[in-house]
Design a protein around this ligand. Structure first.
Ligand SMILES: [Zn+2]
Length: 485
């Protein structure tokens, strides 16, 4: 009895476990290795790309192993030969068949439609007048642990996901959804890690609870970082707008024209150039600090003060969010809490002093940029107009001194807000947690490793500009009940 030759065709199929296949194979029929359940026969191998077929299988195996019942025999008639088959009964197989057709269709593969789908496993081909070699088969459970892409003579098996995998994924997603946080690359990565841990710890009765908690924790951090980024961006825009309003072309032209050394710069000999650089920096500094006399300057001061207040309020909310996460408490209304904390800072004069300090740093940072550009452009022999353009460019650049300083000021304010909240709640031990986002400096990792710190001994955060690392501590949430819904 010849077996079917698939060497020219291609299909997606399920192969039974080898021991079971040995039991099912009958003499004169398909060999144990050949026994399979076709999920979708796709036609000639020459017409279908093998990689595409394997990609479909990879996509389809992100599900648990497929359980089915071998439900007795049937004899298909109507072809040249009759076909003796084992019927395969499984709702999961119906789903798999439907998903397979969808996945193939999405890649432009339409399978031949000359037969409907009757799930079966062919045992043997029999002449129409020949007696069946077998009349009965007891019902038998079967589990398919892999799905196969068969392309001509090439067969690639791919295991279905661990049974725990979809369950753990769901658990993580549930926790993440509870946090109200955004889906970020970091959250996705954490999910993969949590799922892998869960599949390795299936004996642990608390593993799903732990996976939910991980999802919630990652969601909380994602929300925390997103809120910080959004606020930094919003306040950077506001401060930058106030800053740019001070720097009209006319104002910058006055600065450039006041540079008496500009004319001699091009002829200057090397030793003289250094002194001219120093002179340029001093001039830039003087010119920028003179902006304080302009009408728009108080608007800039207000914008910086508001940025610091927002950073500080957000830091307080973050501190409570972290404490709530540590206490397994959900329901923090971040926006309400922020509004509340921000309003409480309304009369805090300290913020104006802070704003003055950061304003000074902004001017110094901008002066350093401007001094360099003025010296460079004088050295390069640029014309007055070109010099004004270069000065305007560096002073109003998106990534310039203003954006840098606002970010730093807000980060510092957030860390101060968190620290003062923990201090006023009588916290004795405080942790430092790195953001784990690629911007972590070695100093932050050391600070994290040194946790928990005795309150007062901890390093003063931020340890570097653009730092997103945080303080974390336990506090009684009773004082913040109004922030929870
Ligand atoms: Zn850091």
């Amino acid at each position: 009895m010849a077996s079917l030759d698939y060497s020219d065709g291609c299909m997606i199929a399920l192969y039974p476990p080898p021991e079971l296949a040995e039991k099912l194979a009958i003499e004169g029929g398909l060999t144990a290795e050949e026994l399979h359940v076709t999920v979708a026969y796709c036609g000639d191998a020459a017409d279908i790309d093998g990689d595409t077929l394997r990609a479909v299988v990879a996509e389809l195996t992100a599900r648990r192993p497929l359980a089915a019942q071998l439900a007795g025999l049937a004899r298909f008639t109507g072809g040249g030969k009759d076909v003796l088959v084992v019927l395969v009964d499984s709702a999961d197989l119906e789903d798999l068949r439907r998903d397979t057709l969808d996945a193939l269709y999405e890649r432009g593969i339409q399978i031949p439609r000359d037969h409907g789908f009757t799930a079966h496993l062919t045992l043997s081909h029999v002449e129409p007048d020949e007696e069946a070699p077998l009349d009965r088969l007891d019902a038998l459970p079967i589990e398919f642990t892999a799905l196969s892409a068969v392309h001509g003579t090439d067969r690639t098996d791919r295991a279905f996901a661990h049974p725990m995998e979809p369950v753990a994924r769901e658990a993580f997603a549930t926790g993440w959804a509870l946090s109200g946080g955004p889906m970020t690359a970091r959250v996705r990565l954490a999910c993969e890690t949590a799922v892998r841990i869960a599949t390795e710890a299936t004996d642990d009765p608390d593993i799903l609870k732990a996976t939910i908690d991980l999802g919630r924790l990652e969601g909380m951090w994602a929300l925390l970082f997103q809120r910080r980024e959004d606020q930094q961006a919003a306040h950077t825009r506001l401060v930058t707008a106030a800053w740019r309003a001070l720097l009209g072309r006319d104002a910058v032209a006055v600065m450039v024209d006041s540079l008496r050394w500009r004319a001699r710069m091009t002829e200057a000999r090397d030793p003289e150039r250094n002194s001219i650089r120093t002179e340029a920096l001093a001039a830039a500094k003087a010119m920028l600090h003179a902006l304080a006399d302009l009408a728009g300057f108080s608007a800039l001061r207000v914008a910086i003060r508001n940025a610091i207040a927002a950073g500080r309020a957000e830091g307080m909310v973050n501190a409570v969010a972290i404490a709530a996460e540590r206490a397994n408490t959900i329901g923090l209304d971040w926006n309400l809490a922020f509004k509340d904390a921000y309003q409480a800072l309304e009369r805090l004069d300290e913020l104006w002093a802070d704003a003055g300090g950061w304003l000074g740093r902004t001017l110094d940072g901008a002066a350093a940029d401007l001094g360099r550009v003025l010296a460079d452009s004088a050295e390069a022999g640029l014309s007055r107009e070109e010099m004004i353009d270069a000065a305007l460019d560096v002073l109003t650049a998106d990534e310039g001194a203003v954006a840098f300083t606002v970010d730093w000021a807000m980060t510092t304010a957030a860390d101060e807000g968190a620290l003062s909240l923990y201090q006023s709640e009588g916290v004795l031990q405080i942790d430092i947690i790195t953001a784990g986002d690629g911007r972590v400096c070695p100093a932050c990792i050391d600070a994290e490793t040194g946790s928990p710190w005795r309150m007062g001994d901890q390093p003063r955060m931020p340890l570097h500009p653009s730092c997103r690392c945080c303080y974390a501590a336990d506090v009684s949430l009773a004082h913040f009940a109004a922030w929870f819904v």
